[in-house]
Design a protein around this ligand. Structure first.
Ligand code: SF4
Ligand code: SF4
Length: 345
């Protein structure tokens, strides 16, 4: 099903979703910088949009959450905590929808992570298509994430006076029927959308120098590439690139014991593989003690290990890490340096 929603009615749609859900939308934090936050009104910046500082994964996999509470007196009691609420994330771009799809895989493969899956099951995703490169760091086209076919409930495309709304799920259809004023789209609208999407091809100048499918083998053979020594000297080991990434999902688990020493809670908190202590084990050994080793690991996670396991890139090309890095370490430059160094071998 696909429908048209007049732009003057998008506020009505947004408002009516708030009747049964907490609605998060995109807000400008300061000129040029955007965040997802609880929103009163529809405020997606559309053409002026650059990826939010943090991706919307924070509503599905919070930076810190309590997993269980425990007490030891008079007898041991453990209570699992899984918190969720009905929520809508409004204005999710295709790269971030791909990011959520990857987290869906991670948190359901081998073992279901109910703290994630319960939040995900209660979340409605309203996407907004991108009609041009949003900023110089984006390379979503290179990793196959410019377009998205599922993972959303509704995907809006800006057609000027109205939004073309592609419905992705039964839940999406239900909220459109209940909450939106719309008319059905016709074949000429479908054609117009197809042409608009075709016109974007080739607009992305930031791209990999090889097809994404070549990357797992390339990185597998690049353990001794000189690029890791160069990055070792530049990287600060600050972890920012991990924290802003929509597909990074590592976390640390720790117990906070109350002063009475008989109760407390077990929490998890985002961790970052570029931090110095990430790979320290009980004996004190650190398997990745240098910054170059840790960055090599991070690139292998995105383009080799997880890509091989799940058969898809684990980078969605949002460019957040390149934008956030204080010493301007750039993913595309790094991948292309590895590609070129392999060619000269
Ligand atoms: S590695 Fe960088 S560009 Fe890729 S998804 Fe993560 S933050 Fe975005
Ligand atoms: S943001 Fe840059 S400096 Fe910080 S850990 Fe990542 S690559 Fe290194």
């Amino acid at each position: 099903m696909r429908v048209l929603i007049d732009k003057k009615d998008i506020g009505f749609f947004f408002e009516s979703l708030k009747e049964e859900n907490t609605v998060y939308g995109v807000k400008q934090k300061e000129p040029g910088f955007y965040v997802f936050d609880e929103a009163e009104t529809f405020s997606d910046p559309l053409d002026k949009y650059t990826p939010t500082l943090l991706p919307p994964k924070k509503y599905l996999f919070p930076q810190k959450e309590t997993l269980l509470k425990f007490s030891t007196t008079p007898s041991l009691k453990v209570k699992q905590l899984i918190e969720f609420k009905k929520q809508v994330i409004f204005g999710v771009r295709p790269c971030d929808i791909h990011g959520i799809k990857l987290l869906d895989k991670v948190f359901t493969t081998d073992h279901e992570d109910k703290n994630y899956t319960q939040k995900r099951a209660n979340t409605i995703i309203i996407g907004i298509d991108c009609m041009k490169p949003c900023y110089k760091y984006a390379y979503c086209e290179s990793v196959g994430c410019l377009d998205v076919e599922d993972g959303f409930d509704v995907l809006l495309t800006d057609m000027g006076d109205c939004f073309y709304a592609l419905i992705g799920t039964a839940q999406g259809e239900a909220i459109i029927r209940k909450n939106a004023r719309f008319i059905n789209a016709n074949k000429s609208d479908d054609e117009k959308i197809k042409c608009m999407k075709e016109e974007r091809r080739g607009l992305f100048e930031n791209k990999f120098a090889t097809d994404i499918s070549n990357l797992p083998l390339l990185f597998k053979n690049a353990d001794n590439d000189p690029v890791w020594d160069e990055l070792n000297d530049r990287c600060l080991g600050c972890g920012r690139c991990n924290i802003v990434c929509p597909t990074c999902y590592c976390f640390d688990v720790f117990d906070c014991v109350d002063l009475n020493m008989s109760s407390g809670e077990r929490c998890r908190q985002w961790d970052a593989c570029t931090l110095k202590d990430f790979a320290v084990v009980a004996t004190g050994e650190n398997f990745r003690s240098t910054r170059g080793q840790r960055l090599r690991h991070r690139f292998n996670r995105k383009f080799n290990y997880l890509m091989t396991k799940h058969n898809t890139s684990f980078c969605v090309g949002c460019g957040r890490c390149s934008r956030s890095c204080p010493v301007k370490i750039d993913v595309v430059e790094t991948v292309n340096a590895v590609v070129n160094n392999r060619k000269t071998k």
